[in-house]
Ligand binder design. Structure first.
Ligand code: ADP
Ligand code: MG
Length: 612
């Protein structure tokens, strides 16, 4: 027998519980469902995110209303459209064996007439955002004068968002005799105020410690230089090829910027924040739920209460202004008994905030190092191996196999595997091999390339393969013009329109001096020292796949009339990137803006889930 029986739920609701696969009631459900079923009481329930509050009020409401009537008897107010839709769906699932049940969602940004029509068909339960609800009341499109049960879900958030007046106004249209059930994660003054104002002697239920994080979530933090935040984010993503995550930023602007930058770097990402149109938000959320977007970059408000299954990581790109908010963020993962990881990227000045959060969540953070380039390569290589291993064979290739087989006739399996992996791996490897350690300097740098070598100087020069140079020719040219010895110029790396090379530090001034005002074929040849700092930001971080792939979905996250991708200025990230690039001495022909610095073979880290 299902443990929900004991709570007093009727058979058709138990059936739905079973269909949903709920086996045991959560604490908040265990405490509130019997209370609400037994009597018509007012209730204040405090429970953290992800504890199953929807079912805690949903099932009692479904059992208590009269489904044979077409009068609106239940009203659920929630802060955002997303939540409104989520609750509506959930209620429909809970009530799937209630014949004739009509649960209607009312929210801004969609046709008000359609919603009014649905209500008119006899909605016993309305789930609404306060703004649109108020609007519908003033236009007399809904009648809530016979409401028996009113739920204020995520009450603290609704008040945070400034819905106090709207809620007051809406409730003034409901009868005094109704029962009001308030659900909230926290109990700030404003919530007590609402409780006082609209409730008579409410019963209080508190679940667990107030604000305690989910026990299935582990908390990690990564200490990086303030300017390395974005690179760190990419590495965290690259080190977790199967990542499915929400990334929190503090402002709408940062949210948009980070999402755009990720998309540009070839990740499947999308933005969710209040400046997007409803339609855009819909598209993004739909893709995210379908796992076509791996990384949802969101503001706190936009992502509050969102329940998407199987989120593996929550990444705090920036810590929230209010430390309490951290609980809501980390509550996006570790749901429904699964484990999750909440990661925080912090700079030195923010480390003390970690301590305060630990006090609130009553759990300790694990301090971790941002994975090194080689660690990421290893992870990616293994992920590729298991992906290939698990790939189903596509028999469309059968007709071409003869030809392919004969090409590989003299290649052993061993060799073939090595070659095959090299195709993908080399690209990633080249991308990461020269990146620096991102962990904050106090933690000891482990950089093992020549950057660390004080006896060597790395130069940028603005001539490249399109000027007819390959590494040998460039080496010869440099040796001859600078009158250096055979081994004095090394690590020559020629790109299309620019190149890099090293000399011993002793030759540094000589090189720079020589190239001051140096002209060849009537054009200035510019040589500059590359700054140590500049390398990582241009090179580091593998793109998930060749650029653009994410764009389709990211499209949802971009402003409708947004400038087209890669057009440069405007985005803070891009312009930041530019200014840093100029550290490394590049002219307007930015050395690393071009795609030669992105690994192109998307397959290397393409997420398993299908996407358009
Ligand atoms: P909250 O509103 O407290 O943040 P939700 O009501 O959104 O939490 O529930 C979180 C998730 O847990 C949902 O996916 C829901 O279907 C699931 N869930 C709720 N109750 C149970 C239960 N008793 N057993 C298993 N899963 C549950
Ligand atoms: Mg909820």
């Amino acid at each position: 027998m299902n443990a929900f029986h004991k709570l007093g739920l009727e058979d058709h609701l138990i059936q739905a519980v079973t269909d949903l696969g709920f086996e045991t009631p959560s604490e908040v459900q265990e405490k509130t469902i019997p209370l609400l079923l037994e009597d018509d009481i007012d209730l204040v329930a405090l429970a953290q995110t992800g504890t199953g509050k929807t079912a805690a009020f949903g099932f009692p409401m479904l059992q208590k209303i009269d489904i044979d009537s077409r009068t609106t008897q239940g009203l659920i107010l929630s802060p955002t459209r997303e939540l409104c839709l989520q609750i509506t769906n959930e209620m429909k699932l809970y009530g799937k064996h209630c014949k004739g049940l009509n649960v209607t969602a009312i929210y801004g940004g969609a046709s008000i007439t359609d919603q009014a029509k649905q209500v008119k068909r006899g909605a016993q339960i309305i789930v609404a955002t306060p703004g649109r609800m108020k609007d519908m009341i003033s236009r007399r499109l809904v009648d809530i004068s016979k409401i028996e049960y009113a739920v204020l879900d995520e009450a603290d958030e609704m008040l945070n968002m400034g819905f106090f007046e709207d809620i007051t106004e809406i409730l003034s249209h409901t009868p005094d005799e109704k029962s009001t059930w308030l659900f909230s994660a926290t109990m700030p003054k404003e919530v007590s105020l609402i409780a006082k104002k609209f409730m008579a002697n409410p019963t209080e239920v508190t679940v667990g410690h107030k604000n305690m994080g989910s026990k299935n979530v582990s908390h990690e933090y990564f200490l990086v230089g303030a300017r390395d935040r974005y690179q760190a984010l990419k590495r965290l993503a690259d080190a977790n090829p199967e990542i499915f995550s929400v990334i929190f930023c503090r402002t709408k602007r940062d949210t948009q910027k980070v999402a755009e930058q990720l998309i540009e770097d070839g990740y499947s990402a999308g933005a969710l924040h209040g400046d997007l149109s409803q339609n855009q938000r819909d598209v993004v959320m739909k893709s995210f739920r379908a796992k076509q977007i791996q990384m949802l970059v969101a503001t706190d408000v936009a992502a509050r209460g969102i329940d998407v299954e199987d989120i593996t990581h929550v990444i705090n790109y920036q810590l929230p202004d209010e430390i309490e908010t951290y609980t809501h963020r980390s509550g996006r993962t570790g749901r429904a008994g699964k484990s999750g990881i909440s990661m925080v990227i912090v700079s030195k000045s923010e480390v003390r905030k970690i301590k305060s959060i630990e006090r609130i969540i009553q759990k300790e953070f694990i301090k971790k190092d941002v994975p090194s380039g080689m660690e990421i390569c290893e992870v990616q290589l293994k992920a590729l191996a298991s992906k290939i291993h698990d790939t189903e064979i596509n028999h469309e290739i059968d007709p071409y196999l003869n030809e392919i087989n004969s090409l590989f006739e003299d290649v052993s399996k061993d060799e073939l595997i090595k070659k095959f992996f090299s195709v993908e791996f080399t690209r990633f490897f080249n991308y990461y091999k020269k990146t620096k350690d991102l962990n904050s300097p106090s933690e000891g740098s482990r950089s093992d390339d020549y950057e660390k070598d004080d006896n060597s100087a790395r130069f940028f020069i603005n001539i490249g393969s399109k000027d007819g140079y390959d590494w040998m020719k460039l080496k010869d040219f440099l040796r001859d013009t600078l009158q250096l010895n055979q081994d004095d110029v090394y690590k020559v790396d020629v790109k299309e329109s620019f190149a890099f090379f090293n000399t011993d530090a002793a030759h540094k001034d000589k090189v720079l001096e020589f190239f001051t005002d140096f002209k060849q074929d009537g054009r200035f040849v510019n040589v500059e020292i590359t700054e140590k700092k500049s390398r990582e930001r241009n090179r580091g971080g593998g793109g998930r796949r060749s650029g653009g792939g994410g764009g389709g979905y990211g499209g949802g996250g971009r402003g409708r009339n947004d400038r087209s991708k890669g057009s440069g200025s405007g985005s803070g990230f891009r312009s930041e990137g530019k200014s840093r690039r100029s550290d490394s001495g590049s002219s307007s022909k930015s050395p690393r803006r071009s795609s030669d610095f992105k690994p192109k073979g998307g397959d290397f880290s393409r997420p398993r889930k299908s996407r358009r």
